[in-house]
Design a protein. Structure first.
Length: 139
């Protein structure tokens, strides 16, 4: 499999993880709002793309890390869970469960699709507060 085929497989795998998550949350209002988001028009340049998700692995992530590389036109996206260190209460550890390599083109399309999903979610449910200190203060 060439580099383009490998990247396409990784990107499709990431899409399947997201689709599997949406499917696992069922018919909740959040899932319905997120599932209503269409990818940017430019992403459908391949014609019809079927999806086989029988072997999809579902993971949960509450933290991400995005970096450049390993190649010049790629991003690395690490997804995982964040936990406190018992010995040092102010320290946290990111347990990476999934690493996805995206071409800069797919990363941009993913960012556009996520922006659409977030806009739709916030329109329906209100602003998402990303500062954990403010979130904790509200609850």
């Amino acid at each position: 499999m060439g580099t383009k085929g490998f990247l396409a497989a990784i990107i499709l795998s990431a899409s399947i993880v997201v689709a599997g998550y949406l499917q696992s949350v069922g018919s909740s209002p959040v899932a319905r709002a997120a599932a209503d988001v269409s990818p940017p028009a430019a992403s459908n340049t391949l014609g019809h793309v079927g999806v086989k998700d029988g072997n999809a692995r579902q993971v949960y992530a509450n933290v991400e890390r995005v970096s450049l590389g390993p190649q010049a036109e790629e991003f690395t996206v690490d997804l995982g869970t964040l936990s406190k260190e018992e010995a040092h209460p102010d320290d946290y550890t990111m347990d990476v469960s999934t690493r996805v390599f995206l071409s800069v083109y797919e990363a941009k399309k993913l960012s556009m699709t996520l922006r659409q999903a977030i806009d739709r979610y916030e329109k329906q449910f209100g602003t998402i507060e990303i500062d954990p200190r403010k979130r904790m203060k509200d609850h």
